[in-house]
Design a protein around this ligand. Structure first.
Ligand code: ISL
Length: 550
């Protein structure tokens, strides 16, 4: 049929799904999800239609940051299972045509990793230079960089009298990528994982591996100032990524996805253009960051997506998604999670995700329309960054009520509540007490109810995934806007080899009208029962329809 398209790598047409293993399925009643539990739910993911699975870290870790603090890269934390379980997971995924990618956390490790324990044991230990140490300046931190999860990015090691750098928590010391043995050890570890048969990596916080030379203070005269600029994208950044590609990635049929901060269209091209030989794609975060900062404004979202869709086409590639384990639930911040519009808005946002260029990443529970939670007490939250931000907000004079309400919207735990499988006790997630409380909605927002209801968010995602598989224009096609204003209607055409699909959606909880749909459009899929349609259609709240144009 569509014969003019040159061969394309498989990962462009893949549909990815992110699992946060701790919160997906517990198999042994300890209240924490694990790998055997995940394996027992693969058929569910297969039913949804995904073919790429990303799991967040399951390596041995003190779990200060839920596994993003790794103390042994080549073993599995007993909480999650064993290496044999991972081998079984790989095999069981592959049996179902699902590729598996794992998290690669190589900007930092745990302070309990043997490398760091050796490094801090004395100034002349051979591992000292594996991390970034500086003498105190005027009796305090070497510069004014703030950490993501602590006031300062530096912690004093009392015994040796020097500070070490940590972009994240003090228990997550940054590795010194300028020191060749560090890169060699990481390369050997990556090679070991690739030999086990995994299908690629999501590279955690990768922009931070190379800092501004000399680690200059921010010019702002504050003891701790949060500005990521000098903490990332140093002069060797691209060389390090290229080295990973040359030595490791290019020898395997894998996919590499960067979690990169502060990306522009151009810097995404610089990482993902094939001729650069670095990574296959970087996640697109600007939509989420913008909604975070400004609230959901359709005009802003449309401008951002249009800029990325047209700017990257034919040049670079993104991982597309509005949700992950660090973000509030998409239906709660982009959509409308009230009883009237939750289902329609979740389906509308799923339609958006699955009709844009860029490999779609669905985050667990998104396909159920899971919402944010509002825990009554700050102690109910487990995430370290939630507690850090809460303390910062109290320190700047907020009342506890205001600081808690802020976390109801922004806490990372919004995304981390256990997956609700059914309406039974603990939602079928665990026979024990879940490590983080379930959201209160699991009586009606759960997998069993979603599978049984043909009008559920789940079945809409499943149909949209099938539609994307059926129409390569949705993957590879060009992007052209049909609407021309900053109102709630977002309409665009994806075109490939003469096949033209139009997507028309109303990104609001009020009715809207749109008159730009060409005559003779054939409706392929919608998120509400078919209405009048036609050239001058009234769109119901959050209505989203995909058409084939003549
Ligand atoms: O979480 C964030 C916003 O809510 C981000 O600033 C996040 O800290 C940043 O994108 C890096 O995230 C990644 O590395 C962290 C880990 O805590 C996150 O879960 C991970 O996605 C440190 O490894």
């Amino acid at each position: 049929m569509h014969t003019h398209t040159p061969p394309q790598p498989w990962w462009k047409s893949a549909i990815a799904y992110q699992v946060y293993p701790r919160s997906f399925q517990d198999s042994n009643g300890d209240g924490v999800g694990d790998i055997p539990g995940l394996i027992s739910r693969l058929d569910y993911l297969h039913t949804l239609g995904i073919d790429l699975l990303w799991i967040t870290p399951v390596y041995t870790s003190p779990q200060v940051d839920n596994g993003y603090d790794i103390s042994d890269y080549q073993s599995i934390d007993p909480t999650f299972g064993t290496l044999a379980d991972v081998d079984e997971l790989i095999a069981q995924c592959h049996r179902r045509g699902i590729r598996l990618i794992m998290d690669l956390v190589i900007n930092h490790c745990s302070d309990q990793h043997p490398w760091f324990k050796a490094a801090r044991s004395s100034r002349d230990n051979p591992y000292r230079d594996w991390f970034i140490w500086r003498d105190p300046v005027d009796g305090r931190e070497p510069n004014n960089w703030a950490s993501h999860f602590a006031p300062s990015a530096w912690t004093l090691d009392e015994a040796t009298g020097q500070y070490y750098l940590h972009t994240f928590a003090a228990q997550q010391p940054d590795l010194n990528w300028q020191h060749p043995p560090v890169r060699e050890a990481l390369h050997a570890m990556i090679d070991w994982w690739l030999a086990r048969g995994i299908d690629g990596f999501r590279l955690d916080a990768i922009s931070y591996i190379d800092k501004a030379p000399g680690l200059p203070s921010h010019e702002v005269d504050m003891p701790y100032h949060f500005d990521q600029a000098p903490m990332m994208h140093g002069p060797q950044y691209h060389a390090h990524l290229h080295e990973l590609h040359q030595k490791l990635f290019r020898h395997h049929d894998i996919v590499t996805v960067g979690e990169c901060a502060g990306m522009t269209v151009q810097s995404t091209i610089d990482i993902s253009a094939p001729e650069r030989q670095e990574l296959n794609m970087a996640f697109l975060f600007e939509p989420v960051s913008d909604v975070y900062a400004h609230g959901m404004q359709p005009g802003r979202l449309k401008e951002i997506l249009t800029r990325w869709q047209t700017g990257l086409h034919g040049k670079g590639w993104v991982g597309m998604g509005f949700n992950n384990h660090d973000q509030p639930r998409v239906v709660s911040i982009f959509g409308d999670d009230g009883p009237e519009h939750r289902v329609a808005s979740a389906k509308c946002l799923g339609t958006l995700l699955l009709t844009l260029e860029g490999t779609p990443f669905i985050y667990q529970g998104e396909e159920l329309g899971m919402t944010n939670v509002a825990f009554p007490r700050i102690e109910d939250y487990q995430d370290l960054s939630t507690h850090h931000r809460y303390r910062q907000n109290l320190a700047q004079g907020w009342t506890p009520e205001r600081a808690l309400t802020h976390e109801h919207t922004y806490s990372r735990d919004n995304a981390r509540t256990p997956m609700p499988w059914d309406a039974s006790a603990q939602a079928g997630f665990s026979t024990g007490t879940p490590w983080l409380a379930l959201g209160p909605t699991f009586d009606h927002i759960n997998v069993a109810a979603s599978l049984a209801d043909d009008g559920s968010v789940f079945h809409h995602y499943r149909r949209m995934i099938a539609l994307r598989k059926q129409w390569p224009a949705l993957v590879h096609g060009s992007f052209e806007r049909l609407d021309a204003d900053d109102g709630p209607v977002f309409a665009y055409v994806r075109e490939l080899d003469g096949v033209r699909l139009a997507v028309v959606m109303n990104l609001s909880s009020a009715s809207a009208s749109f008159s730009g749909l060409p005559a003779g459009a054939e409706r392929l899929q919608g998120n509400l029962p078919a209405g009048q349609g036609g050239a001058s259609a009234a769109l119901r709240p959050w209505e989203a329809v995909v058409y084939r144009l003549a």
